[in-house]
Each structure stands twice: as C-alpha cells, then as structure tokens.
Design a binder for this molecule. Structure first.
Ligand SMILES: C[S@@+](CC[C@H](N)C(=O)[O-])C[C@H]1O[C@@H](n2cnc3c(N)ncnc32)[C@H](O)[C@@H]1O
Length: 440
C-alpha cells in the first residue's frame, strides 16, 4: 500500500529527472554496503608458484589429455553432449546462452574454440552461422569432433569449419584472424595459461572478445577433481579470477569483466505473488548470498581486445525512455498540416547508440501511425536523426516533424527508436511512447 503510493508518486518525478533515480539507487547502494561486508572476502590465491613447474610439463599434460579421449570407455557419451548428461543439461544451455550473449556473437563471426574436446559447442555455433575453428591438444578428441560435424546433415559446410591439433604453445593461426574466442571448461586444464592469453590476444581482431566458462574457487582441490586427476592424470589447475584479469591486461587486453549470472543450482524460485515484494527488497539477503556463492564457485569471464561497451552495431540492452516535452494536454493537429514535436530521449540501457548515417548500427528516432482503434495507418511513418551518439545514461532532445495527416479523426502516434536494418527497440523490451492525437 505505502510502497504503491510511493511508487506512483515517484515514477513521474523519475521519468522527468532520471538523474534523481540514479541518485536514489546510489544512496540505497551505499546504505546496504556495510551489511554486505561479510561477502567481501579476501581474494583467493591461485597456485601461481607452481606455474613455472606446470608449464615445463606441458607436453606431458598434452599426452594425458590425448590419453583421456583415446581411452574413454563410452565415446558416444562424449559425442552426444549436452544431451548425454541430463544432470547438466540445463546448466550447459544456460552457459551457452551467457557466453553467446557476452560475446555479442553474430552469424558470420569467425570463432576460435580453444580446448574444444569433441566440439559439441562449436557444432552449435556452426549451426548458428559462425565459421568455427577448433583447436585442441588431443587428436582423438578432434577426430571425434569432426565426425560429429559429418554425421549431422544440417552442418553448414559452406562455413568451412576447421579442426586443428596444436602443440599446447602456439596457436596455429595468423595474427588478427578471429573475431571471438570461446573456452568452455578448458582454460583451467591449460598448464601455461598466461602464454595462451598472449596467443589469444595475438589471433584476435582489434575488437575481438574472449569468453570463458570456468570453475571457480576450490575447484582443483574438490573431491571430484582430485579423483579425476588420480584416475586420468589430467591437469585441474586452480586459477584466481583476479589473476586472470591482471595477466589479461598485461597481455594487451584492454578490459576483463565477469558476468554476474548464476547457473544452477543457484537459480531461485519464489512464489509468483511475491515478485513485487522481492523487487522491493524482501529476501534480498538470501538472494544475494546465493548469487555470491555461485559467483565464487564458477566464473563467466570476458576479455576485450577493444572497447568493451556494446554499441548498436552489436547491441545488448536497448532501453529508451521517450518523453514528450511540451504542454500535457491532448495533441490536436490541423488536417493537412505538418507539426513539430519535441522529445526527451534517455538511454536507460547498456548500449551506445550510434547516429552515423548508413553505417552499421545507424540508430534513429521513428514513429508508427495508427488509428485510435490501433489499426495500422503507416508503420514507417517518421524517422528523425539523433543529434549525436548517445551513451548509456545520457539524454538528448529531439525536434521531430510529423508529416501532414489528411483524414480528420483520432490517431495514435507510437514513438520508438530503431537500428536501421536490424531492430526496433520495442522488439527488444523498450516501451514505446504513445501519443494520442486528434486531427481536425
Ligand atoms: C573438460 S574438457 C572440455 C572439452 C569441451 N570444451 C567440452 O565442453 O566438452 C577440457 C579440454 O581441454 C583440452 N586441453 C587440455 N590441455 C589443453 C591445452 N594446453 N590447450 C588447449 N586445450 C587443452 C582437453 O584436450 C579437453 O578437450
């Protein structure tokens, strides 16, 4: 009840002055910080001291990796991943979704998968339309991977997928030839990870991205890892996220990020009727603790060779708050006469809007025209250029000329933003502004 009144009172205020909302959220953030102090635990230590020793044993680990696949008792299980592991199925699908999202991956991209094993992930990416290059130290794994591609009649062979065995030191690729690198459950098996970070940076194009899904704190000493190493000799390395980030920056990456997303079993369900109270802060502590535990025990890591901020060339969250500036009364237009309206547009997403005309990511204001009963008059009714590129949290003002309407009657002008040739923001979750008007 009180929260409803507060929400109703604050919403128009926040819409008019988005900076007030940022300030209010910032203060809440500061207030809860002391209560969350216990989660700021000391940074975990990696086994960096052993790094030089591990690196010397690279050839030995390569042989163990090959032996693992050559001696695997049930190859069909490996070839049928992720369907052959019902207990991990949801986890794998979530991981793939998070990695594809973090990579801002598009059909047509050239993707290197390092430590691809039997190539199930690369095969998915081939079906998505990417040119895949898989690299691994195990010839057996890659020949199984190739047969996985061969036995599926829907494999996109025109994308010329490549399969390369390498020596564990130098990637068999020229510099600046891949758009993306993905590692799934593989980086922590590499005995010389810092050398390979340099190699990944070398083969990436200037705006390239690496994404990995890797186990977190305590993995190398977990009972299952100890048992795996004892049985197969395969390396289960302990890597600290902070160290990966530092080494990546030292290798020429410009940013290292971690995606704040939990995977099963950290996902929580609550009673549907409790969603609003939850969003208002109830059970926040339980949720936070759960999320932190998940973030500690598993990492989605992104390394950027160029600017990490998404742009409308490869958008992520497209959220525009559009507000009409001017008198609040209903809009009345004279038939046959164009009219100018002013709008304030706030970028409430995470994606930089590009205004460059006819260039990739070209973003404009647009409006559709409907009769008041929502039958369509003209979907592509209006376009207006942005005055500048618009960064997240930035506002711009626009003066938009609406063309003349000849027929008197009641209409609805639906205002939105559009990335030309790609998407309207409304298709990606933005609520367009509806301006009812009367033509007389
Ligand atoms: C746990 S498996 C994961 C395989 C695959 N990504 C998957 O999800 O099925 C680890 C992979 O890392 C590979 N690997 C081991 N040492 C490597 C190295 N130095 N460089 C690249 N890959 C390596 C292994 O051969 C194996 O395919």
């Amino acid at each position: 009840m009180i929260s409803d009144i507060l929400r109703r009172a604050l919403r128009p205020l926040f819409q008019r002055a988005p900076w007030l909302r940022t300030l209010a959220l910032g203060s809440v953030d500061l207030l809860v910080r002391p209560a969350l102090f216990p989660y700021r635990r000391a940074r975990p230590s990696s086994n960096a001291d052993d790094a030089a020793m591990l690196e010397l044993k690279t050839d030995e680990f390569n042989r163990e990796a090959e032996h693992y696949f050559a001696a695997y008792p049930d190859p069909d299980r490996l070839l049928d991943k992720p369907f052959s592991e019902p207990e991990f199925f949801s986890q794998r699908l979530i991981d793939v979704g998070v990695l594809v999202d973090g990579l801002r991956l598009r059909p047509g991209d050239v993707v290197l998968e390092l430590g691809a094993g039997t190539c199930w992930l690369s095969h998915l990416l081939n079906r998505y339309g990417c040119k895949t290059i898989v690299v691994d130290v195990s010839p057996t794994a890659l020949s199984m991977g190739r047969s996985l591609f061969e036995r599926d009649p829907r494999t996109n062979w025109h994308l010329e997928p490549e399969f390369h065995v390498y020596d564990g030191h130098t990637l068999p690729l020229d510099a600046g030839t891949v758009d993306r690198v993905v590692l799934y459950d593989a980086f922590h098996h590499i005995p010389n990870p810092w050398q390979l970070l340099g190699e990944m940076r070398r083969v990436l194009r200037p705006n390239g991205i690496v994404a990995m899904s890797e186990p977190g704190r305590g993995h190398s000493t977990s009972p299952s890892s100890l048992a795996e190493t004892a049985a197969t000799g395969v390396l289960e390395n302990e890597l600290a996220l902070e160290e990966i980030a530092e080494r990546a920056l030292a290798s020429g990456f410009v940013a290292a990020r971690v995606i704040l997303s939990g995977r099963p079993p950290s996902l929580l369900e609550i009673d549907a009727r409790d969603l609003r109270p939850f969003m208002g802060g109830r059970s926040f502590g339980r949720y936070w603790k759960n999320l932190c535990t998940a973030l500690d025990s598993h990492h989605y890591i992104l390394l950027f060779a160029g600017d990490p901020e998404p742009t409308t060339r490869r958008p992520k969250r497209l959220v525009a708050n559009i507000r009409r500036i001017g008198p609040r009364r209903a809009l009345q237009i004279s038939r046959g006469k164009p009219i100018e309206l002013m709008f304030d547009v706030h970028n409430a997403g995470d994606t930089h809007w590009l205004r460059g005309e006819n260039a990739a990511g070209w973003t404009r204001f647009g409006a559709h025209l409907y009769h008041s009963d929502r039958t369509l008059v003209d979907y592509d009714w209006v376009r207006a250029s942005l005055p500048q590129d618009v960064a997240p949290e930035q506002n711009v003002h626009l003066v938009v000329t609406l063309p003349a309407i000849q027929e008197p009657g009641n209409y609805l002008v639906v205002c939105d933003l559009v990335i030309e040739g790609a998407t309207w923001f409304a298709e990606r979750g933005t609520r367009p502004l509806e301006v009812p008007c009367r033509v007389v």
